[in-house]
Design a protein around this ligand. Structure first.
Ligand code: PLP
Length: 376
C-alpha cells in the first residue's frame, strides 16, 4: 500500500480542477492583457475566478489579488503595509511559517520596523494579554498571526486577535494558508485586514494563491512592472493556475462539511490507535485537542528511541509519506523552529500526519502499524 499523509505540505490535484484548467493550457492561450477576442476570453476567465473566490469568502472582487502562492501573498501584505503606511512596529510569533517570520525579520533587519514576538505557552497557545500590552505601548503596528499552524495544527482565535488589533488601530494580517478551503472564512464577520490562500493546499495547482486585502487598505505592489491585477501585482497572470484555484476553492466549500467529518474521524482514529499501540506517545501543541486544532494535522511526539533519527526514512521505505520535525537545531539538520520554540525534548521523535479527503481508514491503520513496529 502507498500512503500519502503529507497534505499540509501539498495536496493532490482534484481531477475536476484539472478539467477546468485544461482549456487554458490547450485552446484558450490568449494573453489576458490583449484587447482582441482570445485575450478577452482569458481576461473574462480571470475575472470570473476572482468573483468566485470573493463570493466564497464574502468579499468584493476588487479585494482579491492573485499571487504566485502563499509566500508571495504574505510578503506582499507585510512589506506593502509596513512601507506604504510607514509603520514602525511589527508583532508576530516564533511559531509562524517562515513565509511570515523571515519576512518580518527582514523588515526588522533593514531598519524599517522594530519587531516584537508574542509570548505563548508550552502548547503554543498565544498570550493575548501580551498582545494587548504590546499594542498599548506601540501604536501603528502591523500584526501577523496565523490561523492554523502548519506543523502542530494549533488554531488561533482570529476573532479575538482581530478585535484587539481593531481596538488599537493595528493592521491585522493572518496567514490562512492551512485553513483556506478547510474552514469557511467570512470577511464580513472576521475583523481582519488581510487573509491568504494557496491553491495547492486545497487540491488546486501549485504556484498560485491570493491575498484578500480589505477595501481601503492601502498597500503598494511588491512586484513592479505592468498594470496587471489593477497595478497591484505585475506580470502576465498564471491563467490556468487562477482558474484552477477558483475551481478548487469552489469544490472545497461545496464539500466542506462532509470532508471535515471524514478527516476528523481519521484523525480521531489515528489518536486512539497510536495511544493503544505505542507506549509513551504524546501529541505536540494542541494537536490532539478537538476544536483547538486543525482537523487535517496531527503532530505526534514519539518516545526516545534509536529509531527516531531514521523515522521518516523507515516510514518512506514502507511507502508511508509523512513530514518530520525535530527540536534539534544543530548542523545540517536545522530542525523545526516551531518545536524548538515550544521547548520540545530533542530526544523525542516527531511525525506530522496530515490528511485529506482522499485518505482512508485502512491507510491510517497501515501507517500506525508501520510506526508501531519500530517501537515494539
Ligand atoms: N504559510 C503556511 C502556514 C504554509 O503552510 C505555507 C506552505 O507550506 C505557506 C505559508 C507558503 O505557501 P506557498 O507554498 O503557497 O508559498
Amino acid at each position: 500500500m502507498n500512503v500519502y499523509f503529507d497534505n499540509a505540505a501539498t495536496t493532490p490535484l482534484d481531477p475536476e480542477v484539472l478539467e477546468a484548467m485544461l482549456p487554458f493550457l490547450q485552446t484558450h492561450y490568449g494573453n489576458p492583457s490583449s484587447i482582441h477576442g482570445p485575450g478577452r476570453q482569458v481576461r473574462a476567465a480571470i475575472e470570473n475566478a476572482r468573483k468566485t473566490v470573493a463570493h466564497l469568502i464574502n468579499a468584493a472582487p476588487a479585494e482579491i489579488v492573485f499571487t504566485s502562492g502563499g509566500t508571495e501573498a504574505d510578503n506582499y501584505a507585510a512589506c506593502g503595509t509596513v512601507r506604504t503606511l510607514g509603520l514602525r512596529h511589527g508583532i508576530t510569533s516564533k511559531l509562524e511559517h517562515h513565509a511570515v517570520l523571515h519576512t518580518m525579520q527582514a523588515l526588522e533587519k533593514s531598519g524599517e520596523m522594530q519587531l516584537s514576538y508574542l509570548r505563548h505557552d508550552a502548547q503554543g497557545r498565544l498570550d493575548l494579554a501580551h498582545l494587548e500590552e504590546l499594542l498599548a505601548t506601540n501604536p501603528r503596528t502591523f500584526v501577523s498571526l496565523m490561523h492554523a499552524n502548519n506543523e502542530i495544527g494549533n488554531l488561533n482565535d482570529l476573532a479575538a486577535i482581530g478585535e484587539i488589533c481593531a481596538r488599537h488601530q493595528a493592521v491585522f494580517h493572518t496567514d490562512t494558508v492551512q485553513t483556506m478551503g478547510h474552514y469557511k472564512h467570512d470577511v464580513q464577520q472576521l475583523p481582519v485586514n488581510f487573509l491568504v490562500g494557496s491553491a495547492h493546499k486545497f487540491h488546486g495547482p501549485k504556484g498560485v494563491g491570493f491575498l484578500y486585502r480589505r477595501a481601503g487598505q492601502t498597500v503598494d505592489a511588491l512586484i513592479q512592472g505592468g498594470s496587471q491585477e489593477r497595478n497591484q501585482r505585475a506580470g502576465t497572470e498564471n491563467v490556468y493556475g487562477i482558474v484552477g484555484l477558483a475551481k478548487a476553492l469552489e469544490i472545497a466549500y461545496r464539500d466542506m462539511d462532509e470532508h471535515q467529518r471524514h478527516i476528523q474521524a481519521l484523525k480521531d482514529r489515528f489518536i486512539s490507535k497510536l495511544r493503544a499501540e505505542i507506549a509513551g506517545v504524546e501529541f505536540n501543541g494542541t494537536s490532539a485537542e478537538a476544536g483547538q486544532s486543525l482537523y487535517t494535522v496531527l503532530s505526534v511526539s514519539l518516545p526516545p528511541s534509536a529509531f527516531n533519527e531514521m523515522l521518516l526514512f523507515n516510514l518512506d521505505i514502507n511507502r508511508v509519506a509523512v513530514s518530520g520535525g525535530s527540536a534539534c537545531t544543530s548542523g545540517a539538520n536545522a530542525g523545526s523552529h516551531v518545536l524548538s520554540a515550544l521547548g520540545c525534548d530533542p530526544a523525542r521523535g516527531t511525525i506530522r500526519f496530515s490528511m485529506s479527503k482522499y485518505n482512508t481508514e485502512a491507510e491510517v491503520d497501515y501507517a500506525v502499524e508501520q510506526l508501531a513496529k519500530m517501537y515494539a
